[in-house]
Design a protein around this ligand. Structure first.
Ligand code: PRP
Length: 206
């Protein structure tokens, strides 16, 4: 349990630029896209492989390829799409689930307004993406929803996590590992990650 922190220097450097309040929208988006490529590379390290017989211009060979069904990204709207876009560049054949959730500003409960997922989730690795794990209400309910639709093999990827969110998510879904670029100090009374980077959705889309 806990979370795996992706300490790669490029990830950490880019994250610092994203945190600065003076970073404008266009830079914020570009950095998020770049970080998403690096996070995707790290979380797919252990994908199962098989081999195929191929012909190079010189000889026949047994060459490694990904095994099994195409994986599925599950994006928690809106901000999840910032991570999704970059990851789809690395894995263009991936399937995609969209889960629309907003946080009720008073209760901080996750309220669902959209859910659409591809078939045969049970046979795919499902990579759930959302830049922020704050109270974890959104991530917990998204993963519950995906489990109801059959998903069995999931990981959760975020940029920033609050320690409180990591603990709550681990308790709710001990079978779903968390990957993050940082575990910050705490959650404040409004449910924001401190020091964090503000609201990722607002910084991307306004
Ligand atoms: C933010 C963020 C996460 C969620 C994290 O979304 O993008 O989805 O809050 O908070 P939690 O862990 O306490 O649930 P928000 O509700 O602001 O929606 P948006 O992405 O559409 O802006």
């Amino acid at each position: 349990s806990g979370a795996t922190v992706i300490a790669h220097p490029l990830v950490q450097h880019k994250l610092t630029h994203m945190r600065r309040k003076t970073t404008p929208t266009q830079d914020f988006r570009r950095l998020l896209r770049e970080i998403s490529l690096l996070l995707c590379y790290e979380v797919t390290r252990d994908l199962k492989m098989t081999t195929q017989t191929i012909d190079t211009p010189v000889a026949e060979m047994e060459a490694p390829v990904l095994a099994g069904k195409k994986l599925c990204f599950a994006s928690i709207l809106r901000a999840g799409n910032g991570l999704l876009e970059g990851m789809l560049e690395l894995i263009p054949s991936a399937r995609v689930a969209h889960i629309g959730l907003y946080r009720d500003p008073k209760t901080l409960e996750a309220v669902e307004y959209y859910f659409k997922a591809p078939q045969e989730l049970d046979e795919r690795l499902v990579i759930v993406v959302d830049p922020m794990l704050a109270t974890a209400n959104s991530a917990i309910s998204a993963v519950e929803r995906l489990k109801k639709r059959g998903a069995k093999n999931m990981v959760f990827v975020c940029l920033l996590a609050a320690p409180e969110g990591v603990a709550r998510f681990n308790e709710a879904h001990p079978d779903v590992p968390i990957y993050t670029a940082s575990i910050d100090e705490k959650l404040n009374e409004k449910g924001y990650i401190v020091p964090g980077l503000g609201d990722a959705g607002d910084r991307m889309y306004g």
